[in-house]
Design a protein around this ligand. Structure first.
Ligand code: DX5
Ligand code: ZN
Length: 215
């Protein structure tokens, strides 16, 4: 098994010291930076948006993996591209995810599709050929620091089998409550992109935390 890539979620960083926080995880070996954008409608919380991404873009070369928890992402795609996002991940729970994915690709951005804990993983299947990553949520989206829901592992296994069956080269991302206790299970289930907020940014030694998640 190859080692997974690690994407620290900025949601758990100290927002008053973003540049230093980003440097800390980049120096610690992070592969991507995961940016959780929330609109207060798709999820019951509001995080940060375009001006923050624009500022983050200026202080890091890391790929900006942007997780959009928005009811209506399409009108904002050009602005996310302009701000510096490299990939946009949207949710299968949207009314027409295929159209949103097509709009993202039209703007030459990488695209991802996510399923919430209550959504069957098969909701991703009609779109797999269009994706650059497939995201299985292991918590209800909206808040960092929640407990990992182990049922997500079965979804990752099912998805990995479907991807292999179709002969696709599509990485599976898992997001929510990932830490040193469950990272090995995530990896062996077939997740290749591990998102971790609290377990990295709140660790006394983020480099060590990243190394442990990577396995
Ligand atoms: C939840 C977000 C996650 C979250 C992960 O809506 O999608 O990316 O920030 O944070 P932890 O790792 O603390 O669960
Ligand atoms: Zn996320």
């Amino acid at each position: 098994m190859t080692h997974p890539k690690i994407a620290p979620s900025l949601l758990a960083a100290d927002f008053a010291r973003l540049a230093a926080e980003i440097d800390k995880v980049a120096a610690g070996g992070a592969d991507f930076l995961h940016l959780d954008v929330m609109d207060g409608h798709f999820v019951p919380n509001i995080s940060f948006g375009l001006p923050v991404i624009e500022s983050v873009r200026k202080v890091t070369e890391m790929e900006l993996d942007t997780h959009l928890m928005l009811v209506d992402p399409v009108p904002f795609i050009p602005a996310f591209k302009e701000a510096g996002s490299d990939s946009l991940t949207v949710h299968a729970e949207l009314s027409d995810p295929g159209a949103v994915l097509a709009a993202i690709r039209d703007h030459d951005l990488k695209c991802g599709l996510a399923v919430n804990p209550g959504t069957p993983v098969a909701a991703l299947f009609p779109h797999l050929e269009q994706l650059d990553l497939a995201l299985v949520m292991s918590v209800e989206p909206g808040f960092g620091g929640q407990a990992f829901q182990p049922q997500a592992l079965d979804k990752v296994r099912t998805l990995a089998a479907e991807i292999a069956h179709r002969g696709l080269d599509l990485p599976i991302q898992i997001d929510g409550g990932i830490n040193a206790d469950n990272a090995a299970d995530c990896r062996s289930a077939g997740a290749q992109l591990l998102v971790a907020g609290s377990a990295v940014f709140r660790a006394p030694d983020p480099a060590q935390a990243i190394a442990v998640l990577r396995g």
